[in-house]
Design a binder for this molecule. Structure first.
Ligand code: ZN
Length: 572
């Protein structure tokens, strides 16, 4: 490709509404342009990287004997109603009606459609196992699209679905996809970690997320410093933190004017945070749920959902909902409260092992001190459960060693689904004894566009993008210092032709711009190798090969360029 023909408008300024590095750099380097909130067009450079990621995904999926298909993006509501997810999916599902007023959605995922497809074609155990996948756009009506490709409304996904005759077969399919994902993300050059995770709206019995480790990640994960344990903190099970037993003080009300946050109260009463408790009021399945954790802990809403057997993810309760059960925001504790059919109280296990703590007095501008939960709560009428997030102050639930925390971008997830969809959608086959049996399913997703964003989050510097060679838009750029100089152009063209002929993905920067401009663009776009052809080249018959990742520059005889480029690319 010639730079004079390349459609890659770069920007010198950082776009003001771009809030993460990957988004800023992809806009600046001309990888993509914003269409509307959460919607992006890929330009040639970005699309070349996406295509390279897709090629790696295809190779590894095919190697695992998964087979590529393509299903419609537009999905009839009927099959979602049959599985029970039309309502359960909530506001994130993009719903539309056609001209006959028939309901559809733009697919956020394809369990319903693939199960419906397969059930009509497969009727004997002899036809199983089967694993089918596709790569296409998916839709999620995000409340707040942000972080560029990391939380966009339309995104490119690879989704695969496996069908087996039994649990043992499904375990083999799961492991095969887990291994394929490990190879895919390794080949994309990512630093990643598979972690235990929550199965959320998809459902199922076992799941791992593949997390690209990056500060910009939205997911908090913990991993053990000595064994393989790693988990999203949404699912990491915290232990019980016991406080030292103290003589029980007398329950008293103290004035705490305007101190409606637990930090303000702790400050005012000179208490350490662990001697306080905080309330988060949630709404789950139309019920108001009061969730209590220690002041130094955070409520895990997913754990609250499990504790109350909620069918949907909890949302924050509205002021009206608080009022409906008589709660005073900022001054809430379970002392003196009772559950009823519209109101549940869930208390974290560690609170029950606390003594003489401070909590809301259930009236404005007042708190209790010396709350002793085992004495002062209606202990037979509350739900006690592990509802706080695991922290790096907890120990590893497997081996007891210290944990470390990090941030991750979820680039893939594998699920063992069991028979949830095959039962609700009636996808059965005849087993060896001729009995109708539901297929055992798994589903497996990779965020293709998100993988590109994650790679840029991991690989960049102040000058621009430094993508691994496997997913960089081009492997090599050739920069003649002066494109008006015919002799320089002749050498450049000869090197270009030789690399191109030998399968190197190369761009010739034949623009008549100053060398400084071309070097800046080369660093911004992040070609793994830059070959500079200068006046010096004509005298010494050598070019300079510069490695973007390390900044190292090597002089190389013109007739050895191909060999040297191949050797260097192998390491990048
Ligand atoms: Zn461990």
């Amino acid at each position: 490709m010639l730079a004079t023909r390349l459609y890659a408008p770069t920007l010198r300024e950082v776009p003001s509404d771009a809030d993460v590095v990957s988004q800023q750099l992809m806009l600046r380097a001309g990888f993509m342009r914003k269409v509307a909130n959460g919607l992006y067009s890929f330009l040639p450079l970005g699309w070349r990287s996406i295509k390279k990621i897709e090629a790696i995904v295809r190779e590894e999926m095919d190697r695992s004997m998964a087979q590529e298909i393509m299903m419609p993006i537009l999905q009839p509501a009927d099959m979602w109603k049959e599985s029970g997810r039309w309502n359960a999916y909530g506001a994130e599902m993009m719903r539309i009606n056609d001209r006959h007023d028939v309901e559809y959605c733009l697919g956020p995922t394809h369990e319903e459609m693939i199960t419906t497809l397969v059930k009509h074609e497969i009727n004997s155990y002899r036809q199983l196992p089967v694993n089918l996948y596709q790569i296409q756009s998916k839709f999620r009506d995000e409340r707040r699209p942000r972080y560029g490709l990391m939380r966009s409304r339309e995104f490119i996904m690879k989704d695969a679905y496996s069908f087996d005759i039994d649990e043992a077969g499904a375990d083999i399919s799961y492991q095969s996809m887990y291994d394929a994902y490990s190879r895919i993300f390794s080949r994309c050059g990512l630093t990643f970690r598979p972690v235990e995770a929550d199965s959320g709206a998809i459902g199922g019995s076992k799941t791992h997320e593949f997390m690209a480790i990056a500060e910009a990640g939205e997911a908090d994960i913990v991993h053990c410093t000595s064994c393989d344990y790693a988990a999203n903190i949404e699912i990491g099970k915290p232990g019980i933190m016991k406080q030292e037993v103290e003589p029980l003080g007398e329950l008293q009300i103290v004035d705490t004017p305007n101190a409606s946050t637990i930090e303000a109260v702790a400050n005012m009463l000179q208490l350490p945070l662990e001697k306080t408790m905080k309330a988060v009021v949630l709404s789950v399945d139309g019920k108001v749920v009061l969730a209590m954790v220690r002041g130094d802990h955070e409520v895990n809403e997913v754990a609250v959902q499990h504790a109350v057997n909620g069918s949907v993810e909890p949302e924050m309760a509205t002021p009206e909902e608080l009022a409906s059960v008589g709660l005073t925001a900022g001054f809430i504790s379970p002392v003196g409260l009772e559950q009823n059919e519209n109101f549940l109280i869930v208390v974290d296990e560690s609170i029950m092992e606390s003594y003489n703590v401070c909590g809301g007095a259930n009236k404005a501008d007042a708190h209790y001190i010396n709350i002793n939960p085992k004495r002062d709560f209606n202990v037979d009428d509350i739900i006690v459960a592990p509802i706080r997030f695991i922290t790096d102050e907890d120990s590893c639930p497997i081996c007891g060693s210290p944990l470390e925390k990090s941030k991750g971008i979820e680039v893939g997830q594998v699920f063992k689904l069991g028979t949830k969809y095959s039962e609700s959608l009636d996808a059965t086959f005849l087993d060896q004894n001729g009995r109708p049996t539901p297929m055992v399913m798994g589903c497996y997703g990779i965020g293709v566009s998100r993988t590109l964003a994650a790679a840029i989050e991991q690989y960049h510097d102040e000058n621009g993008i430094i993508l691994p060679r496997s997913i960089a838009p081009f492997e090599v750029v050739i920069v003649p210092i002066n494109a008006k100089d015919e002799s320089l152009m002749n050498v450049s063209q000869a090197v270009y032709n030789e690399l191109l002929k030998n399968g190197v993905d190369v761009l010739l920067d034949d623009r008549k711009d100053r060398a400084g401009v071309k070097f800046k663009d080369a660093d911004l776009i992040g070609y793994p190798l830059r070959i500079t052809v200068s006046k010096n080249t004509l005298e010494s018959q050598e070019v300079e090969i510069r490695i973007r990742k390390t900044g190292e520059a090597i002089n190389c005889p013109i007739n050895e360029v191909l060999e040297k480029v191949r050797a260097l690319l192998f390491t990048l």
